[in-house]
Design a protein. Structure first.
Length: 405
């Protein structure tokens, strides 16, 4: 049984560059691929489900620029968007949640189908489903009225059977750290969770300093390991209403040490800090998604980034996108954490590493990073096709591990 809840498998239909895909995820999954191959599109599909459930389908679509932006386009083909997530819980229960959406015009959403099935011990299921806004299988004990274009899971979360699924999905968080946002003056907040761009870094750091000195020390040490000049970090109030992160640097003598506000620090340093705060924030996401954590960081720091990701993936599921060979070269990463993302003919394929590349890696002839550098990190496209041919948003409900269908 897993130590924490996590996504076992994702099915996607017609989402951005993904016509169809089935992807298995582990505690840590690293998506590697060229620019424009569809890495961000895949992780955005997860955030999209989160936004649909936590906010509304309409807002989630609008935030992404309307249906024209999110549905797979190839010639005139435009099928409905379907996404299914299979989630394993520490109890051994398995939730299988699928949605299919279509639209009228660019912004009016229609939920064609929604289904949630939770497999319990002993082959029992809790389940509800709707088609075109009408319950096919109701939610025991409640009779919510679902507006067209809305999902029922929020209402269902009032019933204890579906609370964990809802809580898991709304706690998926995806980070793209923006250095200028990390360094700008910030209004103080509670700092329990880092915002997606890092724009409440000071509050999160203060929260850690006040309530979790171990993690605060760890963040400080890791910043120091990447930026050796830094002797300490802290939070500096600013004009009564704002605060910002402060970096202390050693001078030639202790009296000559200096402090800098975050705005004076390099982009790479701010990115590292944002990354570390995402990893060690007080309330961890259910799935911590980090896009290109190594961007603009010195290659030598890639090892710190990777070891932190491995550390976090012992407490929560971690998913990253990268095109950095350095991140892939970390010795302790096993080759089955990688998914090679490639786009051909307008379609994104997401595949395990090919048997050939695995062999080369296991024989220590090349590391994954070296293969990536020479453009030889092979994708097992046959396996990917086999998996994605089985895409089925409302297929037979997933079973508990070890329980036969
Ligand atoms: N609605 C869509 N239909 C088909 N392809 C799309 C759609 N939206 C984006 N794309 C493709 O996805 C690409 C961007 O993919 P992205 O996931 O951002 O790449 P990366 O791997 O660099 O993160 C674009 O270049 C475009 O070709
Ligand atoms: Mg990207």
């Amino acid at each position: 049984m897993p130590a924490f809840p996590k996504i076992r498998e994702v099915h996607i239909r017609n989402y951005k560059s993904i016509e169809q895909a089935v992807v298995r995820l582990g505690d840590l999954t690293v998506l590697v691929g060229a620019n424009g191959s569809g890495k961000s599109n895949f992780v955005d599909a997860l955030s999209f489900v989160r936004d649909c459930v936590a906010d509304s389908v309409e807002q989630a679509v609008a935030r992404r620029g309307g249906y024209a932006a999110i549905t797979w386009r190839h010639g005139s083909s435009r099928g409905p968007v379907g996404i299914r997530l299979v989630i394993d819980f520490p109890t051994g229960d398995v939730a299988d949640y699928g949605i299919e959406l279509t639209h009228e015009g660019d912004f009016r959403s229609l939920v064609v189908e929604e289904r949630c099935v939770v497999a319990r011990a002993g082959g029992q299921f809790d389940r509800f489903s709707l088609k075109n806004g009408v319950f096919i299988e109701g939610i025991a004990g409640i009779r919510p009225q679902i507006e067209p274009g809305h999902l029922a899971l929020f209402a269902a979360s009032a019933a204890p059977e579906y609370r964990d699924v809802y809580a898991f999905l709304v706690a998926i968080r995806s980070y793209g750290i923006v250095p200028e946002k990390v360094s700008e003056l910030q209004a103080p907040g509670v700092g329990l969770q880092l915002l997606p761009d890092g724009s409440n870094a000071a509050s999160v750091l203060r929260r850690l300093e006040d309530t979790d000195s171990d993690r605060f020390e760890r963040v400080t040490e890791l910043v120091q390991s990447v930026v050796p000049d830094v002797t300490g970090i802290g939070i500096e109030p600013f004009g009564g209403q704002f605060e910002t992160v402060r970096f202390d640097e050693a001078g030639p003598t202790p009296e000559l040490s200096v402090s800098f506000m975050a705005a004076s620090m390099s982009e790479g340093t701010l990115r590292v800090l944002g990354f570390l705060l995402a990893a060690y924030q007080p309330v961890l996401p259910s799935v911590l998604v980090i896009e290109e954590p190594e961007a603009n960081i010195h290659p030598a720091a890639a090892e710190v980034v990777t070891s932190v990701l491995m550390d976090v993936s012992r407490r929560s599921q971690v998913l990253i996108t990268t095109h950095s060979p350095e991140v892939l070269d970390y010795d302790d990463l096993s080759d089955d954490v990688f998914r090679v993302v490639a786009k051909a003919d307008g379609r994104t394929a997401i595949a395990p590493i090919s048997a050939g590349s695995r062999e080369v890696i296991r024989d220590h002839l090349y590391s994954p990073g070296e293969l990536l550098r020479i453009n030889e990190l092979g994708a097992d496209l046959v396996a990917a096709k086999q998996l994605s041919d089985g895409v089925d948003v409302f297929g037979p409900p997933a079973r508990r591990i070890g329980e036969a269908a």
